[in-house]
Design a binder for this molecule. Structure first.
Ligand code: AMP
Ligand code: GLY
Length: 424
């Protein structure tokens, strides 16, 4: 079969890599892809949010299955569009993807279906939001309602900072119309984990647990990024916590979406805060996590295609996934300046050396080819991912690979996976 993967980051490289390994797949395309992805797939120069361009391509090439990576095309209704033309596509429908597209909607769903989460209020009036913040005090969290490329959440240590954040979002419109409404919510303490599951609207098939590292610098210092590294499994998700996540968070949200006439099929990502063994939902995403997908798919055994198909057909309860017992760690190597403005076009050295290392794969996020050389072309450039018998060994192997790779101004965290060690 012919598969089209939509997107061009590290997550999509991991998806392409896993899909290309399926015996059912004869050809993989990726739009818009990146230079690393071009080693496993044919790159198609169509942007991920050019829905009509993608549709035209899929019809012309007679694509058998399209798999969507990023949230933008999902919230714009790519799944509805493809299905209306009889094409098979893996992902959440427009109405289902609203769970990520509107934080206010997600919080109202959590309240209605009694899912543990931070308490909150929703405001479309700046003055009311400010009044509430003064009443609640700090620390407090201010969230733009709509999509803001992962930047719409501001964790505020003081009331003044929270009030300024509301002003920036609602008056200065730093995130555009995503800031027409804000969610102001309780600050939660605990350890974060990412929990991603396949679902066909009823059955739930969880992926291995993982943990992201959002802040740019070691020891969680500095501003949040899309994610600077991840590892799997996350020991904070004990067997007991895992059961609580399924029963108290995933099952009720998937049931609730069905009740609301928004049947959720595809992959659902729950961002969690876990305190004393009790998980609360911070957010839901209608897609695979990035970078979490990289270490998670490194550990996934077997063919991913039948599972993607089962999510769309409603036959997921007949499937299981086996996970590699080994642990995996993914370290994001980023450009100087990220997550603000960053440099591009720097020549990347050392990739050949690393390609000879066993148990290591370098997923590309922002790369391109220039005069036959691999150069940087994004904020997050590579996700160097390694397997090891346990987390310490996976950390060791991954950083051995990271140290072989360089470019002018490269930046990466040196502590990815360290949080897992206190559980061992
Ligand atoms: P979100 O996109 O909602 O997951 O938020 C991005 C990041 O902000 C999360 O990964 C947390 O680190 C942090 N965050 C979000 N909501 C809260 C909260 N209620 N309490 C503490 N931290 C939060
Ligand atoms: N790594 C966080 C996310 O994918 O949203």
């Amino acid at each position: 079969m012919k598969v089209l993967v939509v997107g061009g980051g590290g997550r999509e490289h991991a998806l392409v890599w896993k899909i290309a390994a399926s015996p059912k797949v004869s050809k993989v395309f990726c739009a818009p892809g990146n230079a690393g992805i071009s080693e496993q797939a044919t790159i198609v120069p169509i942007k991920a949010n050019d829905l009509n361009g993608l549709l035209e391509f899929a019809l012309k090439e007679k694509i058998d299955l399209t798999v969507v990576g990023p949230e933008d095309p999902l919230t714009r209704g790519i799944v509805d569009l493809f299905e209306s033309k009889g094409l098979s596509i893996f992902g959440a429908s427009r109405k289902a993807a609203e769970i990520e597209g509107s934080k206010a909607f997600a919080k109202e769903m959590m309240k209605k279906y009694r899912i543990p989460t931070a308490f909150y209020e929703i405001f479309d009036n700046q003055k009311e939001a400010e009044k509430y913040i003064r009443k609640q005090g700090a620390p407090i969290v201010v969230k733009a309602d709509g999509l803001a490329a992962g930047k719409g959440v501001i964790v505020c240590k003081t009331v003044a900072e929270a009030i300024q954040s509301v002003r920036k979002i609602m008056a200065e419109k730093i995130f555009g119309e995503a800031g027409d409404r804000v969610v102001v919510e309780e600050y939660l303490v605990g350890e974060e984990a990412s929990y991603i599951a396949f679902t066909d609207g009823k059955a739930i098939l969880p992926l291995a647990s993982s943990q992201d590292h959002k802040p740019i610098f070691d020891r969680d210092q500095g501003p949040n990024t899309g994610g600077m590294g991840a590892y799997s499994p996350a020991p904070v998700v004990t067997k007991e916590v895992h059961e609580r996540i399924i029963e108290k968070i995933l099952r009720p949200i998937i049931y609730g979406m069905e009740e609301e006439g928004r049947t959720y099929r595809g992959v659902l990502y729950a961002g969690l805060m876990i305190y004393d063994g009790h998980p609360k939902a911070l957010e839901f995403n209608a897609r695979f996590g990035d970078p979490e997908t990289q270490p998670v798919l490194m550990r996934m055994k077997g063919d991913i295609i039948p599972i993607l198909e089962a999510c769309m057909k409603g036959t997921l309860s007949q499937h299981q996934v086996e996970w590699d017992k080994r642990a995996s760690v993914s370290v994001v190597m980023a450009s100087k300046g990220y997550p603000e403005d960053y440099e591009k076009g720097k020549v990347i050295r050392g990739l050949k050396d690393v390609s000879k290392m066993e148990g290591v794969f370098v997923f590309h996020a922002g790369t391109s080819l220039k005069d036959g050389e691999m150069v940087t072309n994004g904020g997050r450039v590579l996700g160097v991912t390694g397997l090891g018998e346990d987390i310490p060994k996976a950390i060791e192997r991954t950083y051995q690979a990271v140290k072989k790779i360089s470019w002018d101004g490269v930046h990466y965290r040196t502590d990815i996976g360290q949080k897992a060690l206190c559980w061992l």
